[in-house]
Design a protein around this ligand. Structure first.
Ligand SMILES: [Cu+2]
Length: 169
């Protein structure tokens, strides 16, 4: 029995280290988009973890659900007005995470080709300076209730189940 337990703990250890090795790149979690209407604009939010020891940059994205995609940052300007500034890239420091969230960084979907209704899903591909492309599935959530949910990765909206997207191995 003791031998079996030892064997199990060795196997468990191997499994855990395999998981860690697999997430050595960039991981996107809590990937969601605000509900929006066709021909309007949408925004995609997520938490990006750079598990590698090298800094990288998000340089763009593509999705067939929009006519164009830009990286934006929302900011309050001198006049106290919230404005969106186009970004050439979003820095991803080594072994750190960056939150794309309402009022901050986001991926802007310009000219939606269909309505984004709560519960819908669609595909998006993130492009990085160094890491390979990262395909993700985005889940549409109702807009308006997500503000001021800092660190809303797992525990944000208690009643919602947030799918966690991981890079394909
Ligand atoms: Cu924007």
């Amino acid at each position: 029995m003791k031998r079996i337990m030892e064997l199990l703990s060795i196997l468990l250890g191997l499994t855990l280290s395999a998981c860690q090795a697999r997430s050595s790149g960039i991981e996107a979690r809590d990937v969601w988009a605000r509900a929006a209407l066709k021909d309007g604009n949408g925004a995609v939010y997520m938490i990006l973890h750079n598990h590698s020891s090298q800094p990288d940059e998000l340089v763009g994205a593509s999705a067939d659900i929009a006519q164009g995609i830009e990286l934006h940052k929302s900011e309050v300007n001198d006049q106290g007005v919230m404005v969106m500034l186009k970004q050439d890239s979003i820095s991803l420091p080594a072994r750190d995470k960056v939150q794309l969230q309402p009022g901050g960084y986001h991926i802007m979907l310009l000219g939606l080709t269909k309505d984004l209704k709560e519960g819908d899903t669609f595909d998006i591909v993130l492009k990085f300076k160094s890491h390979p492309d990262l395909p993700l599935q985005v889940t549409v959530r109702a807009g308006g209730t997500e503000m001021h949910q800092d660190g809303a990765d797992e525990h944000g909206n208690g009643t919602h189940q947030h799918p966690i997207s991981t890079p394909t191995p």
